[in-house]
Structures are given as C-alpha cells and as structure tokens.
Design a protein around this ligand. Structure first.
Ligand SMILES: [Zn+2]
Length: 281
C-alpha cells in the first residue's frame, strides 16, 4: 500500500515455536550494540531450554544507520498499520510480533551515560522484578514524561546499554541479554544479586535545536538548586530546584537536553509505593 513491504525481522530459537520471551534490538537504527548483541546470541548457538524470539525491530533504519526514517519509533507506539510513516507501521507490527510474550527485553544505547540503565513502566510489574535483578545500577520509570514509548505500551524492559557506537555498549548489551535469559530460565545458571536505585523521570528539559550546549552535570548525580546545569550561546540553564539528571546529553536529542528525575526508592517495594502502584505479592 505504501511502497515497500517492511516488517521487523524475527526468528525463534530453542525448543518449540510459541515463544513467551522476546529480545528486541534495533528500534533505533543508529544504535548498533543491540542488534550486535542479538546477533551474538544467535551465532553462539546457545543451549536454550525454552523458545526465545529474537527481533530486529526497524530493519530499514538499521540498514541506513539512522535513528529513524519517518518518525522516532520509540515515540509512536502503539503505531498504526495504515500510516504512511514506516515507523508507525513497524511499531504496530512489533506489538503484534510480541503478542503472547509476557516479558520482552529491548536494547538501546545512548549519548548520555556509560553505565547501563533499565527503563520500566510503573504499569508492568512482570518486568520490574527482572530489572531489579539485572546487572544495572539505575532503574527508571519514564511514565510521567514519555508518550508512545515501547516500555509504556507493553511488558517491555528497555535497556540503555552504554554509549552509542562503543564496544563497551555491545559487551554490556550481551551480558544483559545473557543475564535476562538466565532469569527467565531460558539459559541455565544463576545471576549475582543486584542492588539498583529506582528513579522517576519527572519532566523534559527543552533546548534550542540550533544552539551548541555544554552539559556541566553528570547523569544520576543529584543536582542542587542554583547549580548551572548547561551553558549555550543563549546563556546558562540554572536549576531552580534539586533534581537528578536522567539521559541528559549535548547531542542525544534535537529538541531536549534530557530529563529531570527524582529518586523513587532504594528498593523496588519503596519505588512502587512512590509510583502509587500496589505491592507485588
Ligand atoms: Zn534508542
């Protein structure tokens, strides 16, 4: 209907066909670490004990090494199968592809931070418990300020594996895929105890697309009121109240510097209370 027929590229590994677990890379075409991690898992021919679906979400953007072609796929969920925008059609097709999967791991990389970050919605407890056990120091709920993101639309545990185009991001992504597969009993073995801090993204910090910015703070390092957060040709952005910088970078997004956040808790139980959702039995 709209030219070329495009769809996520998907394969099921392991015994059986009905995968209830999925690993997704390549929602953003310029973040190769996730796709490489998915390929490494396929090539290592792992001894899977249950079927796992492996998906490259946006093959045309991956092939052209661009974040997206028509629209940022991670802002257009649930998508639309009849849209002229490729990413809106792919988003709808991806949700169909993971139907029946109770847990999905989605891999990204970032301009903001070397440490891996887990992003889970307050509305999806099945993936919060997994995020709490992965080797990541920070778990973030984006619900208040991100519309149309994959982890808000489905039981998706989204990972920012590290800095875009670094070997370290690919290694982190591969380690996280392996830990995830152990936690869902797809691979044998145990995962060491983890002890992340939980955060809530509270709002976005806008920037002018045509200005150069110097970011003067570090992600996840609390900022006091009165701190100069960034400088640009137009002046300084000074914090008027304390916050925790989340996914802030000079070059990651065109129109925002990143997000302000706050600590939701040091345990998942405390974070769920802060998020206003009932305790998990
Ligand atoms: Zn991404």
């Amino acid at each position: 209907m709209f030219g070329e027929d495009i769809a996520p590229a998907s394969t099921v590994l392991g015994p059986g066909e009905d995968a209830e677990v999925a690993v997704v890379g390549g929602i953003h075409g310029d973040e190769p670490s996730g796709v490489r991690a998915v390929r490494r898992v396929i090539e290592s021919n792992p001894d899977l004990q249950r079927p796992v679906k492996l998906v490259v979400a946006n093959p045309p953007a991956v092939a052209s090494h661009r974040r997206y072609l028509d629209a940022d796929m991670n802002r257009v969920f649930p998508g639309d199968p009849t849209s002229p925008d490729r990413e809106r059609r792919l988003a709808a097709a991806l949700l169909k592809e993971i139907e029946g999967c109770g847990v999905v791991l989605s891999l990204h990389s970032t301009h903001s931070c070397d440490d891996p970050i887990a992003i889970v919605s307050r509305s999806h407890p099945s993936v919060q418990g997994l995020a709490a056990r992965l080797p990541v120091p920070h778990v973030v709920d984006p619900t208040p300020c991100v519309d149309g993101a994959f982890p808000v639309s489905a039981p998706v545990l989204s990972i920012e594996a590290g800095r875009q185009h670094t070997e370290e991001a690919t290694e982190n992504a591969t380690d996280i895929v392996e830990a995830f597969l152990r936690l869902v009993d797809a691979l044998p073995g145990t995962v060491p105890e983890a002890d992340p801090t939980y955060y809530t993204m509270t709002d976005a910090v806008s920037k002018r697309p045509d200005s150069d910015y110097d970011l003067l703070v570090d992600n996840f390092e609390p900022v006091e009121a009165g701190t100069t957060v960034a400088r640009s040709d137009d002046g300084a952005y000074v914090a008027d109240e304390p916050f925790v910088p989340v996914l802030m970078s000079e070059t990651g997004y065109d129109d925002i510097l990143g997000y302000r956040g706050e600590v939701a808790g040091e345990t998942l139980a405390a974070a769920r209370e802060a998020w206003g959702v009932p305790p998990v039995e």
